[in-house]
Ligand binder design. Sequence first.
Ligand code: ASP
Length: 355
Amino acid sequence: MLRNVARLVPGLALALLSAGVIGAAEKLPNVVVLATGGTIAGAAATDVQAAYTSGQVGVEQLLAAVPQAKKFASLKGEQIANIGSQDMNDEVWLKLAKRINELAAMPDVDGIVITHGTDTIEETAYFLNLVVKSKKPVVLTAAMRPSTALSADGPLNFFNAVAVAANKDAAGRGVLVVVNDWIHGASSLTKTSTTAVQTFLSPLRGLVGVVAYGEAEFYRGAVGKNTVDSEFSLDGVTALPRVDIVTAHANMDGAIVDAAVAAGAKGIVIAGVGNGNMTKAGLDALAAQAKKGIVCVRSTKVATGRVGRNVEVDDDKLGLIASDDLNPQKARVLLRLALLKPRAAADLQRIFNEY
Ligand code: ASP
């Protein structure tokens, strides 16, 4: 607006410039893009085929493909990894978290965008939500269609993610995920379709907001403790304890629970049936491991709903933890961080209730 007026009245432009009014008002925020791969950086041989390879396009190409994003922010890119997120691992997680904490502490960095695959974006986002020590916007984005596809969804998702990361109103809402016009909280979103562009939903906790062609509207803050309020820190951490997910089903026995512990798991998350249930054989194996000090959390493979304490399973008696509304993959992330130090069962249950 000021710039338009100034263009029409050149003398006024000079006066506003020397008073610092135009320059100050229009300085763009600095957003750093950390690329990790995924389908958003994927490529196929043709624009209309299902087969493709994730993590083929580098961060500079990604930035160059969406020059429109420069209207929201000055952008810099860094390549953290270039992998399909089905291969996401602790090494990349620790590197990513460390770099985000370094960048977020810099006064001239206003926001951070992370490009990622959709398969495990909810796990990475939730991990970062627990270990990033900043209120600055940290926004993950992804795509369901590779960059070479007809109607690729990556460019607009990236454009929207930059808009949200550059938006002051995004601060203090925890780590966010922007895909297909929706702004999700890290603790709430989950992938619900193997191939559809509209794959992410936030079934229990709801959306943090929406974003249409860069125009964001925020409904609320994050649900669950996060970032600057989180008690978890990666200071001095070089490895995370092993926690395995065991899926419950009809006729389940305890063999896989025991095998997980034999493989070195310090914690087990059950992707239970119903309200975190499992067969009597499964439960007996789990309770026996809990007695030996393995932390056992009951979550559910059902798409929505909380897992409550002492509903059909006597958690108090068996020494088990209920996941509240965290799905198995997020319960696993939280438990790995919680197990960085020894804790009593009551403290572990508190953590699952608060995060
Ligand atoms: N397998 C891909 C990944 O997670 C899927 C995607 O990005 O949509 O990297």
